[in-house]
Design a protein around this ligand. Structure first.
Ligand code: SAH
Length: 228
């Protein structure tokens, strides 16, 4: 069952090395476009966090709107591709608190991407955030690490912050994941005590890739989590 499945860091690195990055959306995510106002809530100049960011193009969108973007990703190749594909000059520096980690950031500092495991981060290193875009992150975390991931994310949330969470829904007996199936009841038990949770939309995202995985339906489910 999915709860025992473990994807090692090396496996993710290998996906990036071999270009098996089916999760990457070259044109960005339509649900972020559609619900951007819900995330921003009329505010400008926010600090926005992208956990397990890959080379998500939405980081560039938000930076271009004047927000400050922070991401974390284990694959340095992914991060270098992000800067290269958007022609963004960047600098590299070590992160004193985390051995082996690097921070890659644009010259103006408006996009700072940590190359390390998310579990190495804490609010004393990255600060707290006004907004989170979690797509391909909670659902990519190994099921055994889900509670740890969510507990960490909660410590990174500022007061009055918003967290857009995209999960996926399919028959977990037919595909081993990732992405993993995280039911609404589990979202509620993971985050429930700390925020208000609302399901914003369910969209059909079924494609040939999902058919090849042996599935016959595949939905994306978007939640907004409001921290008080
Ligand atoms: N959010 C991105 C990428 C989703 S795929 C998008 O929407 O396109 C999940 C990503 O998490 C992969 O790029 C993988 O390399 C990275 N990853 C997996 N485990 C991680 C960890 N513990 N810390 C940081 N990044 C991790």
């Amino acid at each position: 069952s999915q709860k025992d499945r473990v994807v090692a860091e090396e496996e993710w690195l290998r996906k990036w090395e071999t270009g098996s990055i089916w999760f990457h959306k070259e044109r960005g995510h339509p649900l972020l476009q559609k619900y951007l106002d819900v995330l921003l809530n009329g505010r400008s100049g926010l600090r926005i966090f992208f956990p397990l960011c890959g080379k998500a193009v939405e980081m560039k969108w938000l930076a271009d709107m004047g927000h400050s973007v922070v991401g974390v990703e284990v694959s340095e190749k992914a991060l270098k591709e992000f800067f290269a594909e958007h022609s963004l000059p960047f600098c590299e520096e070590p992160v004193p608190e985390i051995s082996g980690a690097k921070k890659l950031q644009t010259t103006s500092g408006n996009i700072a991407l940590y190359c390390c495991s998310i579990y190495d981060l804490s609010s004393s290193i990255v600060g707290k955030f006004d907004g989170v875009w979690d797509r391909g992150a909670l659902v990519a975390v190994n099921p055994c690490d889900r509670q740890r991931y969510v507990s960490l994310m909660i410590t990174l949330m500022e007061k009055n912050s918003s967290y857009l969470l995209v999960t996926v829904s399919y028959d977990p007996n037919k595909h081993k994941g990732p992405p993993f199936y995280v039911p609404e009841s589990e979202i509620k038990s993971l985050f429930g005590n700390h925020c208000e949770i609302k399901c914003l939309q369910k969209v059909n995202d079924f494609s040939d890739k999902h058919r090849q995985w042996g599935l016959d339906y595949f939905l994306e489910v978007l939640y907004i989590l409001k921290f008080v």
